[in-house]
Design a protein around this ligand. Sequence first.
Ligand SMILES: [Zn+2]
Ligand SMILES: [Zn+2]
Length: 381
Amino acid sequence: MEKAPINWTNMLLFSLTPALAVIMLPLYGYYYGYDLYEWLGFIGLMGFCGMSITAGYHRLWSHKTYKAHPFLRFVFALGGACALQNDVLTWASDHRRHHQYVDNNDRDPYSAGRGFWFSHIGWILRHYESGKKDLSNVKDLQQDPILVWQSKHYLSLVLLTNIGLPALLGLIHGDIIGSLLLAGLLRLVLSQHLTYFINSLAHMWGRQPYSKGSSARDNGFLALITYGEGYHNYHHTFQWDYRNGIKWWHFDPTKWMIRTLSFAGLTRDLKRCSLAQIEKAKLEMQYRSATEKCERLNIPENWRLRLEQEYEQLLHTLQMWTEHQQAWYEAKGKQLQESLGHWDQLQLQDRYREVQFKLKVQKRRWQLLLRNLTDPQPYPA
Ligand SMILES: [Zn+2]
Ligand SMILES: [Zn+2]
């Protein structure tokens, strides 16, 4: 099959920048060295680029998981140009297609089905049919004057942020080349490849606790180097959620930043998926893999029945819990308006807590059952 034509601009850019970094950085370091100021400039610009892509390009513009103040949108637009990952309109258009046609080799611009190299960077290096520019899916974003402005002046912004900004940092410090190499070149190469890992590795390496509908995986290690985007299975399952890591111990600095900025009024309307929906998705996955295991290990029928019963019961309790939780929240609102008595409110609260306790006990039983299925025989009939 004939290969797609090479995109020479990208081919040169993505070959020359890493090559220059590998040669120039150690040489300059050997002869002149880098000091703390230059390393801090590097870290600062890494965060600026990385978070502009994850919080701005990805969670704000591609998925609209929250709303942001124009000032913040302006900062993200600058940071995205600094990351040299195209303008927001093109990036978000590609990304929305990635979610819509995920793993479809003909329509997903960076389909992981075409291998690590293609999904990581190969898709940028040639004019593939699957990567053809079509902005019809970002008409909403074209209404934002900041994005139209960014698109119009993209090249100037790239030069300003990639050369002007590090040079300015160097000028203040008295060593322009050192800053250009660290905060400019090394930062550019690293920030690009770290983002690309989300398209490549995060679709190949890790767990799938929420859905097997796509190749996306949850990977705590990748989250550490992608500002929290490593929880990619969750993200592909609940893409409208502003969080990727949902537990408090999950490393998701993008989520922390979006939430913190909401206290200053810079972000608002942060969307979250309900806990019941998340639990339900997880439960379905556990049930599916447990039934597959039953088939594989030829586990006696009564165990399969028990599994099915527990699953049905747990789903039912989860549904009840959602309803009671909703009723209680509504009651709290009504009590504030003083249209509901204190006694009624207490009753609702008690019922909600009862169902919550029931759910906890059933979940514990479910986990025990799953663990027993993992154990080797015997399975008493
Ligand atoms: Zn996404
Ligand atoms: Zn993905």
